[in-house]
Ligand binder design. Structure first.
Ligand SMILES: Nc1ncnc2c1ncn2[C@@H]1O[C@H](COP(=O)(O)OP(=O)(O)OP(=O)(O)O)[C@@H](O)[C@H]1O
Ligand SMILES: [Mg+2]
Length: 271
């Protein structure tokens, strides 16, 4: 795996760059300092995981990168384009981003195929091409044959697969995922981690994923960014030098165990 440092040496611009990005929320009482000024660069095709105690600003950071909420200060660039100009979002940069949340958020009155193709319909793609793309994506995420079903007819894991397919529909370069498997049972979650690694390797996306699970972080990440409690700031960045593709068994390896243990200890110290 190429490291971010090597990519920088190759002269490739980072996929995502945060410079002094900060967030204050206005509330009825005192303003809340959710994220302290943060610098972070994520390389093209890198898999970065955000980890940290509840309320430390992980979702806040991801939603700013996703163009959903405006930073209070700093500069954020996506694929070389400024995403925020003060409170104003620049739409060109947003088209490079796909988002997946903890709940699949599928529309219950649309078939799986129509849910996946919805972003394409909004972009004006004709029906035949939308359908072809939806079928291709169902195959990619492992729900081939379920195109015509309703969301309620799928299991939680399958609905998350559909949500990933929908986020990939318009081929964004970057996938942002906020605890995408947090609501799944442990076994389904392990299977989804393997699948996500495969999808990431097949598609060459840049991914930022938020999780509470240390083992999920170590299994998936090239780099783990550990945030400290509010106001969130980067405490530690840990590289995971385990070769890909990683199989479930790597979790028993010494490297995996020692990274997980170090993270667990550091989390306990800062929480
Ligand atoms: N819209 C909002 N208005 C005011 N405060 C907010 C708002 N959204 C989040 N916060 C506060 O900002 C801080 C960071 O919240 P955020 O949701 O980013 O944390 P998180 O790391 O994602 O937590 P969790 O792990 O529980 O999902 C929290 O203290 C939260 O209460
Ligand atoms: Mg959150």
């Amino acid at each position: 795996m190429t490291t971010p440092a090597q990519l920088a040496d190759d002269g490739l611009a980072p996929a995502i760059s945060l410079a002094g990005i900060e967030k204050w929320y206005g509330t009825r009482d005192a303003p809340v300092h959710a994220l302290a000024a943060t610098d972070l660069e994520v390389a093209e095709r890198e898999f970065v995981v955000l980890l940290g105690p509840s309320g430390c600003g992980k979702t806040t950071m991801l939603r700013m990168i996703g163009g959903l909420i405006a930073p209070t200060g700093g500069t954020l660039t996506v694929e070389g384009q400024r995403l925020w100009d003060g409170e104003n979002r620049r739409s060109e940069a947003v088209s490079e981003l796909g988002m997946v949340f903890q709940d699949a958020n599928l529309f219950p009155w649309l078939s799986i195929e129509d849910n996946i193709a919805l972003p394409l319909e909004l972009k004006g793609m004709d029906k035949a091409r939308r359908r072809a793309r939806a079928h291709e994506l169902c195959q990619l995420v492992g729900i081939k044959g379920f195109e015509k079903r309703w969301p309620r007819e799928l299991s939680g894991g399958m609905r998350q697969r559909a949500a990933i397919a929908r986020a990939l529909s318009y081929d964004p370069k970057i996938l942002l995922m906020d605890e995408p498997f947090g609501a799944l049972d442990a076994m389904t979650r392990d299977a989804m981690n393997l699948e996500l690694q495969r999808i990431w390797m097949d598609t060459g996306k840049t991914i930022i994923l938020v999780t509470h699970s240390i083992s999920e972080a170590v299994f998936l990440a090239d780099r783990i960014v550990l945030l400290s409690p509010r106001p969130g700031k980067i405490d530690t960045i840990v590289e995971v030098p385990i070769p890909r593709p990683r199989r479930s068994e790597v979790q028993a390896s010494e490297t995996f165990q020692s990274i997980a243990l170090a993270l667990r200890q550091r989390l306990a110290e800062i929480s």
